[in-house]
Ligand binder design. Structure first.
Ligand code: FAD
Length: 517
């Protein structure tokens, strides 16, 4: 057999950048795979796209890509890989929209399953007492939004960006500004269909095969491939009042955020972000936001300052405009932001939820979307957020940032218990997302090396202070690190792995378990 094997490794350099490029061509397992009877097909060519993700730093070429048409295609392929277990170390990665950051949806010399080509089941709505929609796990959230709005419904909990698949976000958590109220997306799913690492097709929910259901939610793709999900729906609003106010003091900002997420009468969406020395800030907002008091706002300068922006939204229907405005005035009157900095916008519900796509299109136009994204997402317990902010925004990132830095609290009591998702021990914790973009070939403050170094300093601070930080969209290199990440949950996680994917075939890009023969 001809085994052409070019192994090009850029080496894990001193920045720990995961930029290895691996190219693999026909391996000894191809013939048996080619004999599989499939409704879709396996491709051994044009593998580039499966060796790429949003992070744009890891490029592991698979052996082949499966374009499944049915759940049976997925289960028979995995069953085959499981059954030839003794003679191969083939792995399988589901690829949703490939918006991972560190190769999590890649499989070096393995099989990548293009989940977006799985079109079954067609979206099916239930609009009785309990509203829900059954969707293929390869479906993008944006498509679910558009379809459910036709019935006046919408999912309850979102991510900030909707061009992600259901299977991809449910394998993590799916956190956004609605999570304080509804929990993350993994809370808002009633039932899943899963193909395990043995190729079995299992339906699971809180009532049926609950162990698998809990394991798969936030399970980083380790226990099975989600093929179908039943997503909870609510009545959709038509319009959104979208509001930003600024703070110069972190403690005041975070106190207001915490009060808002703890109140009964509050906004429908609560987030926040950090602004570091951005003189053009208000100018950039001009196309969407209008200052409540233009004169006062014109005297406000953001240059050279670290500011904290509270971003909130209230959903409403046009007939309720007056009462919504009154309610917003009352809610804002309880907050302690800088009075001259109230910025308002009114947009449709779709425009609000799909807001990041607008930025994506602008960046795509400038060729700045497909750059390396050394993102860092952390969950910090509420009791340690002040010292974290002082160190990170006061010392590590004082004069610049390389992309948005989101920061907002969530309330764990609203989260489903028993899932694989790892959170800090406290009831309230903050999501802090450093969403950096690196300028290709730059060696300056906007270069990859500099950003990776800053990320390391942030992680090292958390480690030194033992502040109970957990990574979200975690990226760990060794099993020891993973054990530390999972803490007391590790035993259950490992037990579930040995039960549902005993050969560690699935999601090798997470680097948690090694494939067993
Ligand atoms: P992929 O990257 O394709 O896959 C992610 C992981 O899940 C891989 O390990 C893969 O093997 C596994 N997987 C994929 N599909 C399945 C399946 N059907 N069954 C089992 N395992 C599967 N996250 C948030 O929580 N909140 C946000 O607001 C948010 N905003 C984002 C904005 C942008 C611009 C980007 C790029 C990402 C954002 N994310 C956010 C992160 C995002 O939720 C995750 O990266 C998610 O995994 C991406 O979905 P995907 O479909 O691209 O998954």
């Amino acid at each position: 057999k001809l085994l052409i094997f070019i192994f090009c490794i850029c080496s894990i350099n001193r920045n720990n950048i995961c930029c290895n490029q691996h190219f693999a061509t026909p391996s000894s397992f191809s013939p048996s795979l080619k004999q599989l009877k499939l409704e879709g097909y396996l491709s051994f060519e044009e593998l580039n796209y499966a060796a790429k993700d949003f992070g744009n730093r890891c490029h592991f070429f698979p052996l082949a890509i499966l374009y499944p048409k049915s759940v049976l295609d997925i289960s028979s392929t995995i069953k085959h890989v499981f059954e030839i277990g003794a003679i191969t170390d083939l792995t399988v990665a589901a690829r949703g929209h490939g918006h991972s950051l560190e190769g999590q949806a890649q499989a070096y010399q393995g099989l990548v399953i293009n989940m977006e080509s799985l079109q079954e089941p067609a979206m099916k709505f239930n609009i009785e007492e309990l509203s829900y929609v059954d969707v293929s796990a390869g479906e993008l959230w944006i498509n679910i939004l558009h379809e459910s709005l036709k019935l006046g419904l919408a999912p309850k909990s979102w991510t900030d960006y909707l061009h992600l698949t259901v299977g991809g976000t449910l394998s993590n958590a799916g956190i956004s500004g609605q999570a304080f109220k509804h929990g993350p997306q993994i809370n808002n799913v009633y039932q899943l269909e899963v193909v395990t690492g043995k190729g079995e097709v299992i339906t699971c929910s809180e009532e049926q095969n609950a162990d698998l259901f809990h394991g798969v939610l936030g399970g980083l793709g380790q226990f099975g491939i989600i093929t179908r999900a039943r997503i909870a729906l609510e009545t959709a609003p038509k319009q959104v009042k979208w509001i930003r106010v600024l703070y110069s003091d972190f403690a005041t900002f975070s106190n207001d955020q915490e009060d808002l997420i703890s109140s009964q009468d509050t906004f429908d969406y609560i987030e926040g972000f950090v602004i570091i020395n951005n003189p053009g800030l208000l100018n950039n907002w001009r196309s969407t936001f209008h200052p409540k008091d233009p004169l006062l706002a014109s005297n406000f300068s953001s240059a050279g300052r670290v500011l904290f922006c509270l971003e909130v939204a209230k959903y409403f229907n046009p007939e309720d405009t007056d009462s919504t405005d009154k309610n917003i005035d009352i809610l804002l009157s309880k907050l302690n932001y800088i009075q001259s900095t109230v910025f308002l916008s009114e947009v449709s519900y779709v425009e609000f939820l799909d807001r990041v796509h607008v930025s994506e299109m602008k960046l795509q136009e400038k060729g700045l979307w497909d750059v390396p994204h050394p993102w860092l997402n952390l969950l910090i317990p509420k009791s340690r957020i002040l010292e974290f902010a002082q160190e990170v925004f006061g010392k590590i990132l004082t004069d610049t940032s390389n992309g948005p830095i989101l920061i907002y609290p969530v309330n764990k009591s609203k989260w489903r218990k028993g899932t694989s998702m790892v959170t800090p021990d406290e009831d309230f914790f903050y999501l802090i997302a450093f969403l950096s973009s690196a300028t290709p070939s730059s060696t300056g403050k906007d270069g990859l090396e500099h950003i990776v170094d800053q990320n390391k300093r942030i992680l090292s601070f958390c480690e030194k202070r033992r502040n109970g930080m957990k990574q979200y969209l975690p990226n760990h290199k060794t099993q020891e690190e993973w054990k530390h990440h999972f803490g007391p949950q590790w035993e259950l996680f490992a037990r579930r792995k040995s039960m549902y994917d005993p050969l560690a075939i699935l999601a090798p890009g997470q680097r948690i378990f090694r494939r067993a023969a």
